[in-house]
Every structure is written in C-alpha cells, then in structure tokens.
Design a binder for this molecule. Structure first.
Ligand code: URA
Length: 234
C-alpha cells in the first residue's frame, strides 16, 4: 500500500497532507525517513508520524453532530474553550468537515476518513450549505437583493447566495441562506456588510443531509445513503 494511503486510512490526515508530512521528513518507516511513493506492508512495517506509531483502521466512521453555540471546532483550544470533540464519545480520532464559528450552532459532520473530510471541505467542492439566520429588525427587498448578488467588502465581492425571507417575528426577522463555499465567517460578513446584527446563526443542512431531529450536543452515525450522497456532492 502507498504510504500516503496508509497514513490517511489511519485517521491522521488526508492523503495530500500525508504527502506534505512525508516530504518534510516527519514520517519514518522501520526507522528510516520515508519518501513520497514509499510502499508499505501494513502487516509488518512500522510507521511513525511525528514520532507516533500509526496504524490503518478499516473502521471508517461518519457522524452528524448538532454543534451547540460556545464550542470550537478545533482539536484543542489555546484559550481552554470547550471543543466539539468533547461531545463525542468515540475512541478513534475524528476530524470535522469544515468548521462553524464558536458562536454558530448546527450541523457539522465528523469522520476519521481524512480524504472524505478534505474533499468535502475543499472550496472547489461547492456543496450547498443552508443556514437559518435570525436578525434584529426588518430587512428590505433591496438589502435581500444585495445579499443575493454578493456583498462587496474592501472592493471584493463575496459569492452570490440564495437568501429567502422566512418569517418576520415581531421586531426580528428569520431568513434562510444557502451558500456553496467555505469562506471564513461568510454569512456573518454578508450581514455585517448590510449593517444587520445576527442574533442566531444555525446550519441546518449540508447537501442533502439535514440536522433533522438532533438536539444540541447530540450526534448519530450518518446513514450509508447520506455518505454516498455527500461523496457525490449532493
Ligand atoms: N458563516 C459564518 O459566518 N459562520 C459560520 O460558522 C458558518 C458560516
């Protein structure tokens, strides 16, 4: 088996990242610094990444989690804040597919399949991500048009977005926003650009996978058809 595949199926990182680790001399096979393209025999070769032994798992795991507000999506947080990985009682090391901000809640996908995580999170993948956004006050038709066309920040236009007004609730407004990219803070930037304060930001769908009936902090394995749909970009 190729070394990068061995490492990615050990849940360490994607194959692409594995190649970077190999190129930077951080991977040893039987005590010898490896090259990209090194072949390994998974029954007898000993592979160390950054000094730690890694072994492939045939047990690929895929979950959906309802990330509550007030959790980070990083493996560890330098400010000691809680991370989403504390919510999941699974021995295997998991990655999140993309990230949600600390103050955003909603659907996040977790997996130990490094290639799947990297593929889905890649900007070129363009899978739909749907958010519910609650703002203070009302929104004008002209402001909706600006959001749909793509707001301009510092001379740069953010991508178009699908934006629908769902409901006016007293002095608050609920909207649905569909984006395809994974630009940092994309939805918050959109509303900031039109001077609207977001009170709630919640991701409710990635492709055809919905948050469904999960409660905050709950997770469950993805169904086989959900995994296949995501792999096909649906
Ligand atoms: N857009 C944001 O601004 N924040 C998120 O967490 C996700 C999308």
């Amino acid at each position: 088996m190729r070394l990068n595949k061995f490492i990615s199926s050990s849940g360490v990182c994607s194959r692409r990242k594995a190649d970077e680790l190999i190129e930077s001399g951080k991977v040893l096979v039987n005590g010898v610094v490896a090259n990209v393209g090194t072949q390994v025999d998974e029954r007898k070769d000993k592979v160390l990444v950054n000094g730690q032994e890694v072994k492939p798992t045939s047990n690929l795991l895929y979950f959906k989690l309802f990330k509550p507000k007030g959790f980070t999506c990083t493996a560890s947080d330098e400010r000691g804040r809680r991370t989403i990985f504390e919510l999941v009682d699974v021995k295997e090391r998991l990655f999140s597919v993309g990230r949600l901000d600390y103050n955003t809640e909603g659907l996040i996908i977790l997996t130990n399949d490094g290639d799947f995580a990297q593929k889905l999170a890649h900007p070129s993948y363009e899978i739909e991500k749907e958010y519910i956004v609650k703002i203070e006050g009302k929104i004008l038709e002209s402001e909706l048009a600006v959001l749909r066309k793509g707001v301009v920040i510092d001379g740069e236009r953010l991508p178009r977005a699908g934006v629908k007004l769902v409901k006016v609730e007293g002095d608050r407004t609920r909207l649905s926003v569909v984006i395809h990219e994974g630009i940092n803070h994309q939805v918050r930037k959109m509303f900031e650009a039109i001077g609207k304060d977001i009170i709630l930001l919640k991701r409710v769908r990635i492709g055809s996978v919905k948050l469904g009936g999960l409660k905050r902090g709950e997770y469950r394995p993805l169904k086989a058809e959900e995994i296949t749909a995501l792999m096909e970009g649906k």
